[in-house]
Write a protein that binds this ligand. Structure first.
Ligand SMILES: NC(=O)c1ccc[n+]([C@@H]2O[C@H](COP(=O)([O-])OP(=O)(O)OC[C@H]3O[C@@H](n4cnc5c(N)ncnc54)[C@H](OP(=O)(O)O)[C@@H]3O)[C@@H](O)[C@H]2O)c1
Length: 269
């Protein structure tokens, strides 16, 4: 399969690092013009510099990357992003915050903050970009969900709630786009090797182990339900997102597609 996104414009929220940065790089490698988003102009500029360095280093990146800074959990931040990228063909709602808090100690403010950052930001951007996609007869919208959507962790039920909500939001907007040429899906990502995760792993397993062994020990002892038995690399999530963003994925809509290493003990979705 050859994925060609030349001529398409994409926005990936929260793409200055981690899974978002890998998705942005994957879309750019397929030829899309990609908006890089984070809260500050500085972090966005640094991410673009890193991508340009990769390009020079030989990992072919066809598409242009452009700055689209703004805190998309606020109206003002969204407006900033919309003025940088008034129209997109591909919207990847990747932004998501997470953190552990005992279930009965999550305050009202925290519940609201999680909802505003992880759910409402994605809804607001969908509302802004979906009508244009429908009008043009082509578009791709994705929401990066998590195994926590269906296997809600006891230490992060506020996070799990937002990821379950994204599955409903995705299914609902797919109905709103029915028959238009626009597809809307969510991607259920499993435990992934992103910034901070290595430190977290070494807090739980023998510090002297090399990374490969350390992560396998971590998965075996602390994430035994994973069939992959290692952390997922951000590029492995990105590969699915790039495929779903492409014309090749034209018959996949309203779904929740898993890239979870078999973490969720279920056959469907
Ligand atoms: N990591 C995992 O194991 C895992 C597993 C399943 C699902 N996921 C999901 O995958 C997605 C990405 O996770 P990650 O671990 O790659 O994230 P991450 O490394 O923590 O990166 C977060 C990104 O979001 C940006 N950001 C934070 N708040 C923002 C805001 N209000 N507006 C705009 N940008 C903002 C940050 O940029 P600035 O600091 O520059 O603002 C950064 O680029 C999330 O939805 C997460 O729930 C992750």
């Amino acid at each position: 399969m050859r994925i060609d996104l030349i001529g398409k414009t994409a926005l990936v929220t929260g793409s200055t690092q981690g899974i978002g940065a890998a998705i942005a790089a994957g879309l750019a490698r397929a030829g899309a013009r990609v908006g890089i988003n984070g809260r500050g102009e500085g972090s966005v500029a640094m991410a673009i510099e890193r991508m340009d360095a990769e390009r020079i280093g030989g990992r072919l990146m066809e598409g242009e990357v452009v700055a689209a800074p703004g805190d998309v959990s606020t109206d003002e931040g969204c407006e900033r992003v919309l003025s940088a990228l008034p129209h997109v063909d591909i919207l990847v709602n990747n932004l998501g915050i997470f953190g552990a808090t005992p279930a009965l100690e999550i305050t009202d403010d925290e519940w609201r903050r999680y909802f505003e950052v992880n759910v409402l930001a994605a809804v607001r951007l969908t509302r802004a970009y979906l009508p244009g996609m429908i009008e043009r007869g082509w578009g791709r919208i994705q929401y990066i969900a998590s195994d926590s959507a269906v296997a809600v962790p006891i230490e992060m039920i506020h996070y799990g709630m937002t990821k379950t909500a994204l599955l409903a939001v995705s299914r609902g907007f797919a109905k709103a786009a029915a028959g238009s040429g626009v597809t809307v899906n969510s991607v259920i990502a499993g435990p992934t090797h992103t910034g901070g995760v290595e430190d977290f792993v070494y807090q739980l397993v023998d510090n002297d182990l090399p990374w490969e062994e350390a992560q396998r020990a971590f998965m075996r002892e602390h994430r035994p339900q994973s069939l992959l038995q290692r952390l997922i690399e951000p590029e492995e999530i990105a590969n699915m997102v790039v495929y779903l963003s492409s014309p090749l994925a034209s018959a996949t809509t309203g779904g929740a597609v898993r890239v979870d290493g078999g973490y969720v003990d279920a056959i469907l979705p």
